[in-house]
Ligand binder design. Structure first.
Ligand code: GRF
Length: 192
């Protein structure tokens, strides 16, 4: 993994598909003096992603390309990432699966946040599954991205108690609050 040298922050892109609360949180983190990263590009596979508004708000370049042809989209993104000298990618609610060849281009430099205690509940609907299975704990995971969905090396995890009164919605909110704490910690752990 790239080590932080001197005062230069590592140019980072955040990939989103939706609200972008993790994106906003990462942008705020990136502005702290001892953050190892700067956020220099926001990518979304849909122009409907609410999180794209943070591009204007924080003056960060954005790029949208749908994944109707994943191959074409990925080629365009790779060109842009190279042009912008992006060295690190954070997936934050990004709802498309990246190809093996794309991941290989950024081997060990793409991380993802997943709202479960991996390896439990890969994929979608993690909170519904946890409640249906009457789990006592839920949580979130930051992991390196490999070609196998939600399976790369785990960087950090945070556990959260599931209460009897919790619904998938209330649990999602609680987990999201922890996600916002965990993502910066994981990035510090990678680079420091
Ligand atoms: C988060 O719960 C993340 O773990 C999941 O999608 C949600 C995205 O939330 N993959 P936001 O767009 O960052 O608000």
């Amino acid at each position: 993994m790239v080590k932080l040298t001197g005062l230069k922050k590592i140019k980072t892109a955040v990939f989103i598909s939706g609200t972008g609360s993790n994106l906003k949180n990462l942008i705020k983190f990136s502005k702290i003096k001892n953050s190892p990263i700067s956020i220099d590009l926001i990518f979304s596979n849909t122009s409907k992603a609410k999180g794209l508004r943070f591009s204007n708000q924080f003056n960060i370049k954005k790029y949208v390309s749908n994944f109707k042809s994943a191959k074409i989209a990925e080629t365009k993104i790779l060109n842009l990432l190279n042009k912008e000298n992006i060295k690190f990618i954070c997936l934050a609610g990004f709802m498309r699966i990246l190809s093996k060849s794309f991941i290989n281009e950024f081997n060990g430099k793409i991380v993802n946040i997943h709202p479960s205690l991996l390896p439990k509940y890969k994929g979608l609907n993690t909170h519904i599954k946890a409640i249906q299975n009457k789990d006592k704990v839920a949580g979130c995971t930051i992991h390196f991205v490999t070609a196998k969905l939600d399976s790369g090396k785990i960087i950090l995890q945070k556990k959260i108690k599931i209460l009897k009164k919790d619904t998938p919605t209330s649990l999602a909110k609680k987990v999201l609050r922890q996600e916002h704490k965990l993502y910066p910690l994981a990035i510090k752990k990678i680079f420091n």
